[in-house]
Design a protein around this ligand. Structure first.
Ligand code: ATP
Ligand code: MG
Length: 354
């Protein structure tokens, strides 16, 4: 057990780290944020911050010496970095969850092995394997880099086989996977927290709406996803967490289809679609994650109100975001980022009614 007063190391300095650090502080922990970027929204609210690369051995060793447990808010932390830290200090969740989540093909194979249904897919390395994959899966399809994708980056939609060369050129040289486009009715996510003792809680299903691959809005509980499909998805996420001996919050994204939930991807961390839990659930996903990695009991994931929704504040929207406060039911969160690049997640607003 990592008792309050200890220091929690967080790899990654973004908004997820910021909200984890706030939750850690509430429970009497100190957060030490480690990230390569000079600007770290998490560092603003942390006890300590290190700005160094994930390959910087000396900086990682110094970080390991100053923290009692390490967790990640960023899922593309290199395997070597996690291995170096794990040899010195507990890393929760462990490196295996990252190895799987960092590779879209490995992730699909792993989940299929546990009885999950990912989209029809095929590994693609070049023009030949892409042509064969398109012939088998048909169009429209989505070509994705196996690694380092986020917010819809590293993906190209292919409407007709003739678009294949351009798609390949755009993703240039990386290992790829082609996915059949899933005819989904809606998208939803399931967030499970698993403790050191294997205890598990899950949040109500969350409906997610994406635009250009970026999450714009979440609603909990997800309307329109049949209860049986939610049950099937929750059971799968629990099997994934158990198989990985996972500790912390694990998020999985699903497509809701007529024939049941199709697994999209997993995130071995707290998740944008769970931001509403700060005000909308008895225990937020951030506090839940801190409790789990510290070996404390998990809290209730139950809703505090019948319906909660969350909207992301993207790019320039941040300039007028304070206007949301005209609604007395709105709770505004801004991440303190200086640069409002298009599509960048600058904040979110939670509404304690739909
Ligand atoms: P993030 O990590 O931010 O969730 P990502 O870059 O890993 O994003 P995906 O979840 O793979 O992206 O895709 C982003 C969105 O694009 C999905 O939520 C969905 O709306 C759409 N999409 C991706 N793959 C498919 C698919 N096979 N069929 C239908 N829609 C898809
Ligand atoms: Mg996604």
């Amino acid at each position: 057990m990592i008792l309050p007063g200890s220091t929690i190391g967080i790899l990654g300095g973004g908004q997820l780290g910021r909200m984890l650090a706030i939750a850690a502080a509430q429970l009497g922990y100190r957060a030490h944020v480690y990230a390569p970027e000079a600007e770290q929204p998490a560092a603003d609210v942390a006890f300590a911050a290190t700005s160094a690369g994930y390959e910087d051995k000396a900086a990682l060793e110094a970080f390991a010496a100053q923290v009692d447990v390490v967790t990640c808010e960023f899922e593309n932390v290199p395997a070597k970095c996690l291995a170096l830290l794990a040899a010195r200090v507990p890393v929760r969740p462990g490196p295996r969850a990252f190895a799987i989540a960092q590779d879209r093909l490995a992730e699909k194979q792993f989940v299929a092995g546990l009885g999950g249904k990912p989209a029809q897919h095929a590994a693609v390395d070049d023009a030949e394997t892409l042509a064969a994959a398109l012939a088998r899966l048909g169009t429209p399809a989505i070509l994705k880099t196996r690694r380092f994708g986020y917010d819809g980056k590293g993906q190209v939609r292919i409407e007709r086989p003739a678009e294949a060369p351009a798609a390949l050129a755009e993703l240039g040289g990386a290992a790829l996977v082609l996915e059949a486009q899933v005819p989904f009715a809606s998208e939803f996510s399931i967030l499970v927290a698993r403790g050191m003792d294997g205890s598990e809680v899950h949040y109500p299903p969350i409906a997610n709406r994406h635009e250009s691959g970026i999450l714009v809005e979440s609603v909990a509980p997800a309307p329109r996803v049949p209860a049986a499909h939610v049950e099937e998805a929750v059971a799968l996420v629990i099997r994934i967490a158990d198989a990985l001996d996972y500790v912390g919050v694990l998020a999985c994204e699903f497509f809701a289809t007529a024939t049941g939930p199709v697994f999209n991807e997993m995130a071995p961390r707290v998740h944008n679609s769970g931001h509403w839990t700060i005000e909308g659930a008895e225990t937020s996903q951030f506090e839940q994650h801190i409790r789990a990695i510290a070996g404390l009991p998990l809290g209730s994931p139950a809703l505090r109100v019948p319906v909660v929704s969350m909207r992301n504040i993207l790019g320039n929207e941040v300039a007028g975001a304070h206007a949301f406060l005209a609604d007395p039911h709105a709770r505004l969160h801004l991440y303190g980022k200086r640069e409002a690049a298009p599509g960048r997640k600058m904040g979110h607003v939670t509404f304690l009614r739909a």
